[in-house]
Design a protein around this ligand. Structure first.
Ligand code: M6R
Length: 608
């Protein structure tokens, strides 16, 4: 989604803004722009496409000024053109915006009647004109901004500049995050701490409804009623983490290869290996034995982690789980039993639909546990308990290490729930903890399959459609495999529970439809083999991901087989995710797509 940067600095800010915008590239964008104020003049440069295009323009026509705002735009209203790129101007105001202004149509009509003309198709331009309208009517910049934000409906993070003022910037937040960064005689605005990391690690996050006024010698935060409020300033850990690709070609590749290490961090946090048990998490304000049902909501990859967790909570803790994607859950008016438990899963902790589901659950009296990567995110802050996944910054838009860390944490919580609910004996818990502890070592083994998977991906990249099949926890994993392939390579992919094949999808099978089957040798392996035979009989090409025993028992002539190390059942979804990630990564590489920032996608989806 869009990224925002604002700098009230001491030296020319345009190149610094571009540098900060680069750190927001991972969020996904299709155009970018910068505006500065100098000598009573507002100036801007915007460009369609990647930041290099904007940089080129800045090289040709440098922007001067020690105050400025910048933006990477992920198009919602209006095509990704230069006219629609931010900053948007009215005669004396410039604005950048992340979010969607839901009431922009009536506002646009009002402003048109008042004599303003619009240069873009965006919802954002109304903000610039509204603030300008206020100024034209004699309001102070402060009052004009306040009047404007009071009228806006929808989601927004804003940064606003004025032509006449080179020591004044405003920010506002309702929904998408916005942080103030504190420097020495300088102040910053940014969508997240990573954007501000070259300048400062001292960060103040605005709350929803807050707006703020920045001048070089200080700042004030107000609530929506205009009362001065104080918000905590924290030292951001994320900010100190320099995010680079190291020796890898892409962030996605780096993040796939980081998995043994980050999974190990996550497991050390949750498991007491010496005692053979899952730790009681510090500050965990609830006990799984207090609940008779669990609801899980999330989006995309995080929702597939939740679907795997449903099998685990039901199997190991006998705790029934309702799971739904957050975009459906939030509007379903679902009755929730009083005092229930809701888990929300989100890498970014800012996904708009997941946040809305969290708020719905809270309103319905549920306790909320958040499984998040970003510990200072909105979802984390609004939850009763935070279960960090400790994956470190995930920059590739296609989620990889966050997924396997989410699964590692969820497996630990399911075991904890099993013990607390009296469904697992101490010996069983010890056994499961021991099995989980094998994950990082086995993940390193799996990564050795890279070359074979690269070759398979080369073949796969010639096809237009791919099916993924799995049963039990491998069914959500099949969905994750299909999502990853679609996102990174743009190959159409679908996933089915293997048993559903005969109920329709089998009609699709011919020699042009490769089928990826995820089937470790387990209690339902034979059933999956029957489904594979049905595919083979119809000329379908099979890529089977299994283990030695599975390869032997399946005896599928003609199938291409990825042989995984032997492993305990509980960790198969974590480790079988890795070949799926590699398959997508290499398919994308062979097709030459933009691996880390696939077209049309955003890392953090802060609008619904
Ligand atoms: O930040 P979140 O985990 O809430 O994001 C949820 C989805 O947007 C995300 O998993 C998305 O599906 C990824 N691009 C998948 O690779």
């Amino acid at each position: 989604m869009c990224g925002i940067v604002g700098i009230l600095g001491k030296k020319p800010v345009a190149p610094l803004i571009v540098d900060a915008l680069k750190r927001l590239e991972y969020r996904g964008y299709d155009s970018a722009g910068v505006a500065t104020v100098e000598g009573g003049k507002l100036d801007r440069l915007r460009a369609k496409g990647k930041l290099v295009n904007l940089e080129q323009r800045l090289d040709e026509n440098p922007l001067s000024g020690t105050i400025g705002i910048g933006h990477t735009r992920w198009a919602t209203h209006g095509a990704p053109t230069e006219e629609n790129a931010h900053p948007h101007f009215s005669s004396n105001v410039a604005v950048v915006h992340n979010g969607i202004i839901e009431n922009f149509k009536p506002l646009r009509e009002e402003l048109t009647e008042a004599g303003f003309s619009f240069a873009s198709q965006t919802d954002t331009e109304v903000i610039a004109h509204m603030v300008c309208h206020g100024i034209n009517q004699g309001l102070s910049p402060e009052k004009a901004v306040h009047e404007c934000v009071k009228k806006l409906e929808g989601a927004f993070a804003l940064a606003i500049l004025f032509r006449e003022h080179d020591d004044l910037m405003f920010g506002a937040r309702n929904g998408p995050p916005l942080a103030i960064g504190h420097g020495e005689g300088e102040l910053f605005l940014g969508s997240d701490a990573i954007a501000l990391s070259p300048f400062t690690n001292k960060i103040t996050y605005l709350d929803d409804g807050d707006w703020c006024k920045l001048e070089r010698d200080g700042y004030t935060v107000y609530d929506i009623d205009g009362n001065e409020v104080s918000r905590e300033t924290q030292t951001s850990v994320g900010a100190s983490l320099m995010v680079d690709k190291g020796n890898y070609r892409h962030f996605m590749q780096k993040e796939i290869f980081e998995q043994p290490e980050v999974i190990s961090h996550a497991l050390v946090h949750y498991l007491d290996f010496a005692e053979g048990k899952v730790r009681d998490i510090e500050g965990q304000p609830f006990d799984f034995s207090d609940f008779e049902r669990l609801s899980i909501t999330a989006c995309g990859t995080a929702s597939y982690a939740g679907q795997v967790a449903k099998y685990w909570f039901e199997r190991y803790a006998r705790l029934p789980v309702d799971i739904d994607v957050a975009s459906e859950f939030r509007y379903r008016e679902i009755p929730l039993s009083p005092n229930g438990l809701a888990l929300v899963i989100s890498q970014s902790g800012e996904t708009a639909d997941t946040l809305a589901s969290l708020r719905y659950c809270k309103q319905e009296g549920q306790k909320i546990g958040a499984i998040v990567n970003a510990k200072d995110s909105t979802i984390a802050r609004e939850s009763d308990a935070i279960f960090p996944i400790l994956a470190g910054p995930e920059i590739g838009v296609a989620s990889t290490k966050a997924f396997t860390c989410q699964l590692s944490v969820l497996a630990a919580l399911a075991i904890q729930a099993g013990r607390k609910r009296g469904k697992l004996s101490q010996e069983q818990e010890e056994q499961l903890v021991q099995e989980l502890s094998e994950t990082p070592r086995l993940a390193s083994e799996v990564l050795k399959l890279e070359e074979q998977i690269d070759n398979l991906a080369r073949d796969l990249s010639h096809y237009k459609h791919v099916l993924f099949l799995g049963r039990d926890t491998n069914y959500p994993l099949a969905m994750e495999g299909a999502l990853k392939l679609k996102e990174t390579s743009y190959i159409h992919a679908e996933a089915y529970a293997a048993g559903e094949l005969k109920h329709g999808p089998i009609a699709l099978i011919d020699e042009e439809m490769p089928v990826v089957v995820i089937a470790p040798y387990d209690h339902i392996f034979e059933k999956t083999v029957s489904n594979m035979q049905e595919v083979a009989a119809r000329g379908g090409k099979i890529i089977l991901i299994t283990d030695e025993r599975g390869a032997k028992e399946a005896a599928m002539d003609g199938a291409q087989i990825i042989i995984m190390p032997d492993m305990p059942q509980i960790i198969t979804p974590i480790l079988y995710a890795i070949p799926l990630q590699l398959l997508s990564y290499y398919a994308a590489l062979h097709l030459g797509t933009d691996v880390d920032q696939p077209r049309n996608l955003a890392k953090s989806v802060t609008v619904e």
